[in-house]
Write a protein that binds this ligand. Structure first.
Ligand code: MG
Length: 328
């Protein structure tokens, strides 16, 4: 069946679409009430975020727009120190979209939500003219445990910089799909609750955390250096990049340092905890290739430096321009 404007009418067809595809997958006690807003319990500091997903193609090696839409929002809550709990999702469907594809995406969202321990408690669907496209907005709510403060302003000279795994996997996967290039590279799209929870459970002094998405690690570190008024020095030899991504990015003239992931994070931790944090990341799902790749100093406020393979030092600039639209 193809999506038609009738599916966005708010009438019988909309109801059928909601019941057979969305409610059938996402069912939970809150959503099943089908009220105008989800009423949920909560009594702590609340973290909220929202993100829109326009990735093209909607299915790719290692994931799809639905998994991405859950991971992106869940990971933004996690790296803010929150425990993600509830998501909402807004679907914008173009006329002509195949409902089998929609069902596949919704099923993938539900599976990912389950893996991440969140419930999808409210949603919306609109249908517009077009060529069978599909866009998703997800908003998320999480609760921040008492006393947990994570953010750029906590970063101090001496802190260590950790990355949870190989850079550029998601970006390269989408690029290859768009260029119709056959590769074995796969998106790293994943919810990071396992590793984040393990870090906090072990009492690691996590000063700041970001998921590494558009703009890559290079952009995350530049934002951190500016926001904290510190200098961040990274070692080129310690940046984890898989051989196939390294090769492909070389061929295409791209730098993995500025390429996006969807299942990796950068954590800035107190120096005494760095080794322990590394072991925790490495033994977490999705963290096998984690590394300690840099140090925070008070050398030159607001800049990022890289100690290169050949023994030099260079400034890592901010990302200018956009290499590839619609990777997420
Ligand atoms: Mg983020």
């Amino acid at each position: 069946m193809k999506i038609t404007t009738a599916h966005g009418s708010g009438g019988k067809e909309t109801g059928t679409l909601i019941q057979t595809i969305f409610a059938a997958q996402f069912q939970n006690p809150v959503l099943d009430r089908m009220e105008d807003a989800a009423v949920v319990p909560g009594s702590a500091q609340i973290a909220m975020t929202t993100d829109s997903f326009v990735v093209d193609p909607i299915f790719f090696r290692g994931g799809d727009i639905g998994r991405l839409a859950v991971c992106g929002t869940v990971n933004d809550l996690l790296v803010s120190g929150a425990v993600p709990q509830y998501l909402t999702c807004g679907f914008i469907l173009e006329e002509g979209l195949d409902t089998d594809d929609l069902e596949r995406v919704v099923h993938s969202m539900q599976q990912t939500a389950q893996e991440a321990g969140v419930s999808i408690v409210a949603g919306d669907t609109k249908v517009i003219e077009g060529h069978g496209g599909l866009y998703i907005n997800t908003a998320g709510v999480g609760f921040v445990p008492e006393g947990r403060v994570v953010g750029a302003r906590q970063i101090q000279p001496g802190d260590k910089v950790l990355v949870s795994g190989n850079l550029g996997d998601h970006h390269t996967t989408i690029l290859c799909a768009r260029l119709a290039m056959e590769t074995e590279i796969s998106s790293d799209c994943a919810p990071l609750g396992g590793m984040v929870g393990a870090l906090f459970d072990a009492g690691i002094a996590v000063h700041a955390m970001r998921d590494i998405t558009r703009g890559g690690l290079g952009q995350v570190l530049n934002e951190y250096a500016k926001a904290s008024g510190t200098c961040i020095t990274i070692e080129e030899t310690q940046l984890p990049v898989s051989p196939s991504v390294l090769h492909l990015s070389g061929v295409l003239g791209l730098d993995p340092l500025f390429m996006g992931n969807e299942g990796k994070l950068c954590a800035i931790v107190a120096p005494r905890d760095a080794e322990n944090a590394l072991q925790i990341l490495r033994s977490s799902p999705y963290g096998a290739d984690a590394r300690i790749c840099g140090t925070v100093t008070d050398q030159d406020a607001g800049i990022v430096l890289m100690e290169t393979k050949i023994g030099g030092t260079r400034v890592v600039p901010e990302l200018y321009g956009e290499g590839l639209p619609r990777i997420c």
